[in-house]
Design a protein around this ligand. Sequence first.
Ligand SMILES: NC(=O)c1ccc[n+]([C@@H]2O[C@H](COP(=O)([O-])OP(=O)(O)OC[C@H]3O[C@@H](n4cnc5c(N)ncnc54)[C@H](O)[C@@H]3O)[C@@H](O)[C@H]2O)c1
Length: 258
Amino acid sequence: MDTDLAGRTALVTGAGRGNGHRTALSLAEHGASVVVNDVDEDVAEATATEIREAGGESVAVAADVSDEAAVEAMVEHASAEFGTVDVLVNNAGVGTAGPFLDADYDDAFELNLDVHLRGSLNCLRHTVDGMVEAGYGKVVNVTSIHTKNGVGMSPQYDIGKYSLLGLTKSLALELGREGVRVNAVAPGWADTRMTDEFSDAVTEQILDNNPLGRFAEPEEIADAITFLASPASDYVNGHELRVDGGQVPIDSWRLDDR
Ligand SMILES: NC(=O)c1ccc[n+]([C@@H]2O[C@H](COP(=O)([O-])OP(=O)(O)OC[C@H]3O[C@@H](n4cnc5c(N)ncnc54)[C@H](O)[C@@H]3O)[C@@H](O)[C@H]2O)c1
């Protein structure tokens, strides 16, 4: 299987922690030069340093993906370092969500759309032209277990991820004609900072509804993203690859509040 990314430049957003961190390491292990983005400069720098110390090529660029000017500057910086971005992984994400009936969570609608949808659009807007010009590119959008059936009491997160899935399907049709494959990876609940805050009741329900009886490891999400970023998946386009152990979605992530 050809998973060689030598000579390719990859941009991974939200790569300072969790799934993005492991993805940046994996893409570098497969030969890519990796631009490590995160809104948190310290963790972005730490990931890039880890890659360089392992013998890979990497640069950290701190930016909030929802800020288009910052994204434009980030891609300019990336291109100056490593040339055209060939692989874009839209991974940056936030977990803030709550019941629709609780107006305290109203701001979270905007936050989720800003980060998951607007942030991905900004990164696409400033990288896809280069891929089209080269006639080859790979985009991997990170959706979620939430796009399997929705999850109660998290409509803000669900609209962010379902809109990213819609964008994936639509762009696959348009950009496939230009040699740019657009796919998604839908992680199940993974062992990252995002799930640290789950109560024991929620964790128990997740594990009861998972045939494998465990959370995903970030490495397992990174493997799927690496596959979709590599030549091995050149005939895969418009696909959402679920890496969730066959998880049955729970009906609410705030069961203890009911
Ligand atoms: N962990 C899970 O259970 C799970 C399940 C399904 C999907 N996901 C998705 O996987 C992706 C990675 O999540 P994770 O679990 O590794 O979470 P995480 O919190 O460990 O890492 C997310 C990273 O994104 C960064 N980030 C947040 N907003 C940003 C912004 N505006 N601009 C740039 N960077 C930003 C954070 O600083 C953080 O380092 C997210 O898209 C998330 O929605 C996670």
